[in-house]
Write a protein of this length. Structure first.
Length: 521
């Protein structure tokens, strides 16, 4: 399957059905297909050849998902860029990817103007709206003028669909190239685990430059549903939309769920009459937060574990698994679920040999949703996909029923006195403390032990707790080598756009000046 096959099917079968809503704009499937054809034709007419990169730096809009379909129809590779980065970071990504066309949202125009001189491969700069800006073409005219017939370009499932840069929580971002086949496989895998019916609305509030939302959003569209698009996350607004806008399914990350529970006083009192399921993932969730969210929203919950290099999802903890966990198997709430359809998981030791059942090691995966490779990085591609398996860089274990338990990132693992400390285990203890809202655990240098454990915590509003109190709380709950030796209090944890804690930023001040870093940065 190719991505645009879904759009063309529903434009034929349900042409007047709602495709997307953003603000006051509503787009039908027939309109979306015409817009995609028009933009695809414009790109081909400009001289874009099959495999050319087309970049977009913009917040969520009704036309953003159309760009994915337009690029697909033209055989081009869409390059969604994180608008939350600073312009110098945009420059690094754009210089690496070498796009020939750049499409920019209104709010990002000034930032692109700052770095325009360095964008030597970009031949066409396209601005949102119909403003007459010097040296910019109008996206409004692209969407409203020209033929609505798709260009005649032969596109196969093995052709690249988009190039998405990893979040770079532990280093410089790399461009993962995903084919039509990989993305549509993941779309179908998600639609099996988190089904949607024609006409149902899905909430899209996560930024459309990120893998955490794109296959999930397309899983709504591939089934004839529609996207209710928000351009930014605000807990009050999200809760209101879930309650009042006929939302049936939603994709959120744990930090968003936690914010909704903490910031919206009547979150548990609303009706959510249409809300059937919440799909979450991208970062770990505290068990107490999950239980509170299930009680507040009174709908099914589905978790996924995955990464950009796997389109999005490798495993699912299904709604039935959540019910089982609440009824009789609470340990499953700490699980990432079982493999997606057509996906095989393994756990390997340091020598790439299979571990014993239940033993920890690096999680590896094989399936149709894996990336083709990293853009212009053959050595790193070979390392990540060696022997046909995606090596995730995550530590985990599989139980006898096939459930995956993700312990931590290999690069986040702390080695203290020769013992491996998995920060996530320590964090799960810390967030049980009544005075702690959020916690992150890092390794800091120690002359005797190599590294020692430091907790970085955000206190609950209105609650006072001390370092001594937290250290005492951990003492009976963790092994001596796992216990934090110090605690820092901060107002908010630094995070990526999808809620992953930037531990590199937390570690950096402690490791500055150290030539050898025991725990990878």
């Amino acid at each position: 399957m190719r991505l645009h096959d879904f759009l063309d099917y529903w434009a034929r079968e349900r042409p007047h059905a709602e495709f997307a809503v953003a603000g006051r704009q509503s787009v039908s499937y027939a309109e979306a297909a015409s817009l995609a054809n028009r933009v695809a034709g414009r790109l081909v007419a400009l001289g874009c050849r099959k495999g050319s990169r087309v970049a977009v730096v913009a917040k969520n809009t009704s036309w953003y998902p159309v760009l994915y379909f337009a690029a697909a129809k033209a055989g081009l590779v869409l390059l969604p860029v994180n608008w939350r980065l600073v312009p110098s970071e945009w420059l690094g990504i754009l210089q690496d990817a070498r796009p020939t066309v750049l499409i920019v949202g209104r709010e990002q125009l000034a930032g692109i103007d700052e770095i325009r001189a360095g964008l030597v491969t970009v031949e066409h700069f396209v601005a949102e709206g119909d403003e007459r800006r010097r040296q910019w073409e109008s996206l409004e005219r692209w969407l409203s003028e020209g033929p609505v017939v798709a260009p005649e370009v032969e596109v196969t499932p093995s052709d690249a669909l988009y190039q998405m840069y990893t979040s770079g929580t532990t280093g410089a971002p790399k461009g993962a190239v995903l084919s039509h086949g990989a993305v549509t496989s993941n779309v179908l895998q998600i639609s099996l685990a988190h089904p949607v019916s024609p006409g149902e609305r899905g909430l899209a509030v996560l930024p459309m430059f990120h893998a955490a939302v794109i296959p999930a959003a397309f899983s709504v569209l591939c089934r004839g549903g529609s996207l209710f698009i928000l351009d930014a996350f605000d807990p009050e607004r999200v809760v209101r939309v879930l309650d009042a806008e006929r939302i049936c399914v939603a994709t959120l990350v744990p930090a968003m769920l936690q914010a909704c529970l903490a910031a919206v006083q009547d979150v548990a009192d609303r009706r959510y009459e249409r809300l059937r399921s919440i799909y979450y993932g991208a970062s770990p969730i505290a068990e107490d937060t999950l239980r509170e969210a299930i009680e507040a929203f009174r709908c099914g919950f589905v978790q996924s574990y995955g990464m950009t290099e796997a389109a999005q999802a490798l495993t699912f903890l299904s709604a039935a698994d959540h019910r089982l966990a609440l009824e009789s198997r609470p340990e499953l709430l700490l699980s990432a679920g079982r493999p997606a359809a057509g996906t095989t998981l393994g756990v390997l030791d340091a020598n790439d040999a299979r571990t014993a059942m239940g033993g920890p090691g690096e999680i590896v995966a094989r399936g149709p949703q894996l990336m083709s490779g990293y853009w212009q990085r053959p050595a790193e591609t070979m390392q990540a996909l060696r022997d046909g398996w995606l090596h995730t860089g995550d530590v985990g274990r599989l139980d006898e029923d096939g459930y995956l338990f993700v312990e931590d990132r290999i690069k986040d693992m702390i080695v203290s006195g020769g013992e491996n400390v998995y920060p996530r285990i320590v964090e799960q203890v810390l967030v049980r403390h009544p005075g702690i809202a959020e916690a992150a655990v890092i390794g800091i240098p120690d002359e005797h032990w190599g590294e020692t454990v430091k907790a970085v915590v955000v206190a609950r509003e209105g609650v006072v707790c001390t370092e001594e109190e937290i250290l005492a709380f951990c003492r009976p709950r963790l092994g001596s080598f796992e216990r934090p030796r110090s605690v820092d209090f901060i107002d908010a944890l630094p995070r990526t756009a999808t809620g992953k804690v930037l531990k590199r930023a937390l570690r950096e001040p402690h490791w500055a000046g150290h030539g050898r870093r025991v725990s990878g940065a």
